[in-house]
Design a protein around this ligand. Structure first.
Ligand SMILES: NC(=O)c1ccc[n+]([C@@H]2O[C@H](COP(=O)([O-])OP(=O)(O)OC[C@H]3O[C@@H](n4cnc5c(N)ncnc54)[C@H](O)[C@@H]3O)[C@@H](O)[C@H]2O)c1
Length: 461
């Protein structure tokens, strides 16, 4: 499994400085959703031979044709290029995965359990227990999924027990920090690489594997399993806390006449605080942050340190309240009664540059408004289809302007750049009433107000 000589051809994909291509290692990626498809395509792009394993037959068939089922900048082209070159293939067979190579990345989902705050690690256990009986030679299984602390140690024991290779079947935990919308860039240029492993051999293999990133400046941190698992949830807990902090401040700003954007700019100049993740808005969502902080609270309870993590319950509550506030603000802006009001919703994805609507505040608010009798028209530049699948009873428009036809109110809920380009002139004669709520605090409020619109935002005058 040695890393071969550097090839001369650099990876130039428009997503950051070029990285050297390595001569091929044979790696596998188990679970090819957001994380796994990105891992598989980018590692193939770096020159490795990659076999992706995906149990969803529809997803697997489209990946095998070079098509990715979600929108992620640069990913489609990269997948197509590497499937086309034969460097990236897909399977549903553990036997084939085990035979293909010795370095296996586990990227399966860890969703929130129904009816509980806990993470469901069933996919991780199934993947490791499915692969292990086929590992009859020295191998390294690398968990990248986000898991509750203690999972890796348990999985390492299962691996050693079930693998014919015994303690030559190693496990490392290497949590992933990529951000949707920047997934390819973050994978090729990670802020840091964290590896939890008790094994010097596993560390050496991963240092070799990540050599292009390490050489380009990414810090490589080696820890025990528990620390590696906790690094990921601690990072998410901190980011969620920062967002809920500024959103709570926005509520105070609203009742005092202060402006939360000025406030965030001012406190953000303090290097100990920093300006990132201090944008007040309708809250965080997606497939990671909400479920990860809930799983952390649950795990802390199991470990007897619930009190230490109580604040995360408040972080979650503050976040939930932001989406509920959208409904209250909308009702107030249309005069109190939502039933029969036509409301345009700009944005369905949980963030821009993604079509992911998992736990999306925008779609949640749109759904609630619909349930209260409003005639809701949603437009999202990329997430129309995924939104329609998860919320088929909402009406979807083909453009931002189209969504606004005869609207009593326009809600800006996901900050896609194209919404910032829309001017009051574009909506002249389109809406029934010129009312706008900026749920992401990025629109030019003065411009809209000067054009006669009634405008509200989050924590702003
Ligand atoms: N999406 C992100 O931005 C992101 C970022 C960092 C970490 N993570 C973490 O990465 C993990 C995966 O997240 P995701 O968003 O990619 O989830 P996902 O649900 O999009 O993808 C998981 C994939 O694994 C497949 N799968 C499940 N069991 C399998 C098995 N036994 N063999 C093969 N395939 C299997 C599923 O069919 C699915 O396609 C989670 O733990 C998540 O918290 C995600």
């Amino acid at each position: 499994m040695a890393v071969g000589a550097l090839l001369v051809e650099p990876v130039t994909d428009g997503v950051g400085p070029p990285l050297p291509r390595l001569a091929a290692m044979r790696i596998t990626v188990i679970g090819c959703g957001y994380l796994g498809a990105t891992q598989a395509a980018t590692m193939a792009e770096l020159g490795h031979e990659v076999l992706g394993m995906e149990i969803d037959p529809v997803k697997r068939a489209s990946l095998a044709q070079g098509q990715v089922s979600m929108y992620e900048p640069h990913l489609g082209e990269m997948l197509q290029r590497n499937v086309g070159s034969g460097r990236l293939r897909f399977t549903d067979s553990y036997a084939e995965v085990a035979a293909f190579g010795e370095l296996h990345f586990v990227c399966v989902g860890t969703p929130q359990q129904p009816g509980s705050l806990a993470a469901d690690v069933g996919q991780v256990a199934t993947a490791i227990e499915g692969l292990a009986p086929h590992l009859d030679r020295p191998s390294l299984v690398v968990g990248k999924s986000t898991v509750p602390v203690g999972t890796a140690e348990r999985m390492a024991a299962r691996l050693t027990t079930l693998a014919p290779a015994g303690d030559e079947a190693l496990l490392a935990w290497n949590p992933e920090f990529l951000r949707e919308g920047y997934a390819v860039r973050d994978t090729l240029h990670p802020d840091r690489i964290v590896v939890g492993t008790p094994s010097g051999r596993a560390e050496k293999l991963l240092r070799d594997f990540y050599a292009p990133m390490i050489d380009a400046g990414s810090p490589f941190l080696v820890t025990d399993y528990a620390t590696a698992e906790l690094v990921k949830v601690a990072a998410n807990a901190f980011l969620a806390t920062k967002i809920s902090f500024v959103n709570a401040m926005a509520e105070v700003c609203e009742v005092t006449g202060a402006d939360v954007v000025d406030l965030a700019d001012a406190i953000g100049h303090d290097a100990r605080i920093g300006r990132h993740f201090l944008n007040a808005g309708i809250g965080f969502g997606g497939g990671c942050l909400p479920k990860d902080i809930r799983a952390f609270v649950h795990r802390a309870g199991e470990l007897g340190v619930e009190d230490a993590m109580t604040f995360l319950r408040h972080v979650d509550d503050v976040n939930q309240r932001q989406r509920e506030r959208v409904v209250h603000v909308a009702a107030a802006m249309v005069g109190g009664e939502l039933a029969g009001r036509r409301i345009a919703v700009w944005g369905a994805a949980f963030k821009p540059d993604s079509d992911d609507v998992r736990d999306s505040p925008a779609l949640w608010a749109a759904g609630q408004l619909h349930l209260r009798g409003a005639d809701v028209r949603v437009y999202d530049p990329r997430a129309g289809e995924t939104a329609r699948l998860s919320f088929p009873t909402l009406a979807y428009a083909d453009s931002a302007v189209d969504a606004c036809r005869d609207a009593d109110l326009v809600l800006h809920l996901t900050e896609w750049p194209e919404f910032r380009e829309i001017t009051p002139d574009d909506l002249e004669g389109v809406v029934a009433h010129p009312r706008l709520f900026d749920g992401r605090n990025v629109l030019d409020l003065d411009a809209w107000r000067s054009a006669g619109w009634t405008v509200r935002a989050v924590g702003r005058r």
